[in-house]
Design a protein around this ligand. Structure first.
Ligand code: 13P
Length: 255
């Protein structure tokens, strides 16, 4: 990896998997396997597992994140969780704009922007997800689409606050399908995103930003994907539910 250039972050997105007791068990299994990581290690778990995750990871190099947060601090928003609540618990990271939220829960670029700004205001680090569907890739609009998602998500975000944003490029067609983008495809789009960041802010901000790849990253393909200059880590779904596989990815990012 290019640790001298940027901070590599390997983040697990457990999605809607694991109960609190299973969370404790899995983190206890992961701790010894990732303890020598030379990259940041983050686990984004369901809301109800956050407490167990914080307790199980205490004193280790594993940091804990949530998978979403609301755009208001409090109020009549049944079923939602605000970043103020996450912060008080000791949560450091939150995923915003995952394609599953966009696809199944009506998330739009505008609500992504509102949630992201609210999370940053509370001092959380945001993993912002962008990525095209298969149809959009076939239509040849990947670059424009990803640029638009990135630009709208970051509307009104200062250069200073952008330092707390990590971008995860997750092609929708590669999520949970076993179809990984080739390392060249991942590199190409991560480079496009970095250029967008340079256009919005400046070269320094772009060079300092961690841009991850996500979509069927696993123990076998991590080395090659993470070897690319603009791929600074991974957002891992399925493989983050297996301690051994996840630790192999963490090791690949630590080279
Ligand atoms: P998979 O690694 O299971 O494809 O999921 C990727 C993802 O959506 C991470 O946020």
């Amino acid at each position: 990896m290019k640790k001298n250039v940027r901070n590599a972050i390997i983040a697990g997105n457990w999605k809607m998997n694991k109960t609190p007791s299973e969370t404790t068990e899995l983190i206890n299994a992961m701790k010894p396997l990732v303890k020598d990581a030379d990259c940041k290690v983050v686990l984004c778990v369901p809301f109800v597992d956050l407490d167990a995750a914080l307790k199980a990871s205490a004193g280790s190099n594993i940091e804990i994140g949530a998978q979403n947060c609301h755009f208001e601090k409090s109020g009549a928003f049944t079923g939602e969780v605000s970043p103020v609540m996450l912060k008080e618990m000791g949560i450091k990271y939150v995923i915003i704009g995952h394609s599953e939220r966009r696809q199944y829960f009506g998330e739009t670029d505008e609500t992504v922007n509102k949630r992201l700004k609210n999370a940053l205001e509370e001092g959380l680090k945001v993993i912002l997800c962008v990525g095209e569907t298969l149809t959009q890739r076939e239509q040849g609009i990947t670059a424009e689409l990803v640029a638009t998602q990135t630009k709208i998500a970051l509307l009104g975000v200062s250069k200073e606050d952008a330092k707390n944003v990590i971008i995860a490029y997750e092609p929708v067609w590669a999520i949970g399908t076993g179809k990984t983008a080739t390392s060249d495809q991942a590199e190409e789009v991560c480079a496009i995103i970095r250029k967008v960041i340079a256009d919005i802010y400046d070269d320094n901000t772009a060079e300092g930003m961690t841009i991850q790849y996500g979509g069927s990253m696993n123990a076998k393909n991590a080395d090659e994907l993470l070897g690319k200059v603009n791929v600074d880590g991974g957002l891992i779904g399925g493989a983050s539910l297996k301690a051994e596989d996840f630790s192999v990815i963490v090791k690949a990012a630590s080279k």
